[in-house]
Design a protein. Structure first.
Length: 66
């Protein structure tokens, strides 16, 4: 199933005609998802150092409310 350049351009054109109006929204959502994923990964990398202090503070706060 060797697709040449012309066939790929035709397929891309058909996709653009069918989904052209929704394509910017899809790309924007994809970009936001990637950014959130990167933030989550950075949060996981930083979390072990920060969470130790947070857990201690949370347990102290929980005991003070009892």
């Amino acid at each position: 199933m060797g697709l040449g350049t012309v066939e790929l351009l035709i397929v891309a054109g058909v996709i653009l005609l069918l989904f052209g109006s929704r394509l910017p929204k899809v790309m924007r959502s994809l970009g936001e998802g990637i950014v959130e994923f990167k933030r989550g990964v950075q949060g996981i990398e930083e979390d072990p150092r920060a969470s130790h202090g947070d857990r201690t503070g949370d347990s102290n706060r929980a005991e003070s409310h009892r």
